[in-house]
Unconditional design. Structure first.
Length: 410
């Protein structure tokens, strides 16, 4: 059995890792589309959570997650169009663009999940569908763009259009000023600082001592893992007849999206070095750094939720709980799930987190990073050993043993 859509999706994600943004401007660092999508997803979570909590807005979280995936797919197809031209064409040639987009993905998405295919079409053709979630995503789209341009502008000021681009970006942010998240971002205080800190994950390269094509960052890796986890959950739920609640999709996706947030403090440490230094000691440094330098920048209710995603609660057990364990957080504490029992995924309250699937996707991301490098002709013993080792871990992973279909993506 093959899963053509997942193969195509993984290929498209690595295409996004190759796409260089602002490629007609001088750039002080490697600015890729995959990194932008990850940054955008984090901002979308923040803006939606603030609106939900402080204004009582109803958020369709599965719709928001799918919107992020759909727009990443759209970007991979229309990569050759400059953003300004693309947005202009959406106003005048939207039907033609959509026809081409749907034709590109129909056979992949329809065979993978007919429900997802119908929602994909509706997302781009029906303005009223998920209108609030689209609005949040659109606002979130401009924040990483604005963040990137702050680094570009000092180098590009001599270019004739630099001030015009700056003015357009600032005017666009003003158009979304009714969102609390935008207001706080523009204050350049705590929320701005958190988004800026997350941006550092775009500078932190994976496999830092190994030459790879394409180079991927921790930020791009987070988007890869989180979106693949969501798609695998959808696929397994249908193929294996497992009941998965909306709450489990939400909790597992965002736990995956933030799973490497501690690397803001420690950077990406290879597994062998973690074993030598002591994983518990590194975890302790990560927790202290997160509490003092990162989570303190967020509203309390968001910081508390991210602690749940990262298995940092209760504080006295933050070093005891494996972040990749299957678990449910409710009534102020974690309940660990053992023995492969997946009935917890059907729970409608608390935070049911499918940690073992996050770990599987985490390994899969590393596997494909090595695979694509070798495919591009860069060969060395370290990479080939890593690929073989990762493949062995994936095909012997408890989830792959249980769901044979997962072996197909390796």
């Amino acid at each position: 059995m093959q899963i053509p859509f997942l193969e195509r999706y993984i290929d498209d994600l690595f295409r996004l890792a190759v796409i260089q943004r602002w490629n007609d401007h001088p750039r002080p660092f490697n600015i890729t589309e995959l990194d932008k999508q990850g940054h955008k997803a984090i901002v979308a979570y923040l803006f939606a959570k603030i609106e939900e909590t402080e204004r009582g807005k109803s958020v369709n979280w599965n719709g928001l997650i799918e919107g992020l995936i759909f727009e990443a797919l759209q970007r991979s197809v229309f990569t050759d169009l400059k953003p300004r031209l693309f947005h202009k064409l959406l106003e005048t040639k939207r039907g033609k663009l959509n026809e081409y987009l749907f034709r590109t993905y129909e056979r992949y998405l329809r065979n993978f999940d007919d429900r997802l295919w119908e929602r994909f079409k509706k997302y781009f053709s029906d303005d009223s569908f998920l209108s609030f979630e689209k609005h949040i995503i659109r606002a979130s789209h401009f924040i990483p763009t604005y963040w990137e341009f702050q680094f570009i502008y000092p180098l590009a000021r001599a270019m004739p259009n630099a001030d015009r681009v700056k003015e357009e970006l600032e005017n666009t942010l003003e158009d979304f000023h009714h969102l609390i998240g935008i207001q706080r971002f523009l204050l350049r205080r705590k929320l701005y600082s958190f988004i800026n800190l997350c941006g550092q994950l775009r500078f932190q390269k994976r496999w830092i001592s190994v030459e790879r094509i394409p180079q991927t960052s921790v930020m791009g890796h987070l988007f890869f893992v989180a979106t693949l986890v969501y798609l695998l959950m959808r696929f397994i739920a249908r193929e294996a007849g497992i009941s998965i609640s909306d709450r489990a999709y939400y909790s597992t996706f965002f736990a995956a999206l933030f799973h490497d947030l501690p690397e803001i403090i420690t950077r990406d440490i290879i597994s062998n070095l973690k074993d030598i230094l002591g994983r518990e000691e590194i975890r302790k440094i990560e927790v202290e750094g997160l509490e003092n330098e990162v989570l303190s920048l967020l509203p309390g209710y968001i910081a508390d939720e991210i602690r749940v995603f990262l298995a940092l609660v209760p504080p006295d057990r933050s070093l005891d709980i494996d972040e990749f364990a299957d678990r449910v957080f409710k009534s102020g504490k974690f309940h660990l799930v053992e023995g492969g029992d997946l009935s917890f995924l059907g729970e409608d309250d608390g935070y049911p987190i499918w940690g073992t699937l996050i770990k599987f996707a985490d390994l899969l991301s590393a596997y494909y990073e090595a695979y694509y490098t070798l495919k591009h002709g860069i060969r060395n013993d370290e990479l080939e050993r890593a690929l073989q080792g990762l493949r062995e871990k994936l095909i012997t992973h408890p989830l792959a043993e249980r769901f044979e279909v997962l072996k197909v993506v390796v």
